[in-house]
Design a protein around this ligand. Sequence first.
Ligand code: PEP
Ligand code: MG
Length: 590
Amino acid sequence: MTSQFTEGNPTVLSGLAASPGVVIGEVFRIYDRVDIPRHSIPANGVPVEVHRFLHAVKRVKKDLRSIRERLHLDAHRDGADIFQAHIMMLEDPTMVERIRSHIATHHVNAEAAVADVGAEFMDVFSQSENPYFRERSVDLNDLVQQIVSLLMGEERLDLFNRENEVIVVAHNLTPSDTVLMRKSKVLAFVTEAGTRVSHTAILARSLGIPAVVGVGTSITKAETGDQMVVDGTHGRIIMWPDEEQINEYRIEREKSYKVEADLSALRTVDVQTTDGRQIEIAANIEFLEEIELIRKYGAKGVGLYRTEYFYMDREDLPSEDELFEDYRYMVEQVSPETVIIRTLDIGGDKLVPHLNLGGSMDSLMGLRSIRLCLKFPDIFMNQLRAILRASEYGNVKIMFPMISGLDELREAKWHLEKAQRLLKEQHIPFDPTVKIGAMIELPAAALSADLLSKEVDFFSIGTNDLIQYTIAIDRRNEETLPLYEPLHPAVLRLIQNVIRVAVDAGIDITVCGEMAGDPVLSILLIGMGFEQLSMSPTVIPEIKKVISSISQQDAQHLVVEIMKLSTAGEIETYIWRNAMDRFPELLNWV
Ligand code: PEP
Ligand code: MG
């Protein structure tokens, strides 16, 4: 496809500043489901496209068979039957032949042929009198999506074969796409959709990949080969920049190196407020490579190890031993400080491409996170055993995500105790005193924190999801972003309730959501009484600078005042009108 941007016509676009840094480079465009690539191919290109299509069918069949087997093993017969039906459709030569001949006669790429023929068949199925056939149209849609995704996945994998570094432009990227990027030559990425608190943006910050998200449809007019500047710090993009703009950005980049160098002085110090309140700042980590950053940015251990990314970076489920090696390495490297290992939090937008357990994994309110682990205990048990084994090598705490209430917490603990019992019987060493925590990221958990506090050693507030579920706002959706409001009185009240409960119960409490790493919001958290925060390593120096320049007492007064206000807007205005003189450091971050 041809780009709508041209050399000699610089175009400035803006989006959300998702991950800081400035780069200049060439676009590599990737497409996804909402934007199926369609191009004509020469006659001699037909065999290649047919081969790509047949190969994708083979891969999908293989994946479906392994899911079917897994479900059989787990005695989920209904699910297994659905996958069997999908396999049979793929084995029916009619549709496969139609797609093959569609490529040959229309000279189109495999993705377009699958979408066209799939749509024809779905039409016929959905108009059938027979309810059985009508239902099959949903299955068919699923299959078409899978084959097209796989074909487009190849395109994503093309990234690895490129010689030069590129800027990825896409409608949106999943966390698993982003995981792949860390091994390829990606300078930055820009997406049409997305928000700062999506997992994709969080990952970009962790990986140090500059990113601008939520740019809107204008960016979809860019194509591979376009030149662009990406300013992830200010959320700006320039298509085909002129010399002057390129120079400005070079200067900007130098400036950001200097700011980073200035902050380096704070990398190793413990941090305290001006009135002497010691604050511990730990790191949120996704990959072992980030251990380096813990040292570089002076974090006190790992406050959140997001273990799900290890499952995304491969084609099958990891074995207990593989998980154990990963955790052991992390724990040994971080020792004597603590690593809080969060159990698998997949589902929602954090899908594992090879792990399709059916149902509502991709729904934010569906079968995800701890619910999924409890439904598939063999996956859960594998991980629990690995974490326990790693606990022998340093300081480990285990944390369960998305806990909604006591029943779920007890069930998760039951599995943990079972894992401990089995390891003991097998004479495999582990730390029997390992501490257990619950993430407080659902309103249900925040409101029943008093009940939960009696059965855990610590709480960790996941504000990213707590905001999402309290206001019923999808954290990934740029259209409803204005409603994603950390200062919403409901959110602040819930957080305050949880810290009060934790203090009364005498259990540890920390915040590991993005609120902790935001300069203004971190002041509110200090004012509420938090003494432990966990955040992306790269923001730690800034937050240390803010904290070391404020008094805890002033922050506490600020909280008292804002808790009297009624809306997020009023709170924000109050902070900007009344707090800037008391917290002058913040002016550097606006
Ligand atoms: C959160 O929800 O705040 C959190 C820390 O977890 P995640 O961002 O991985 O959902
Ligand atoms: Mg969460």
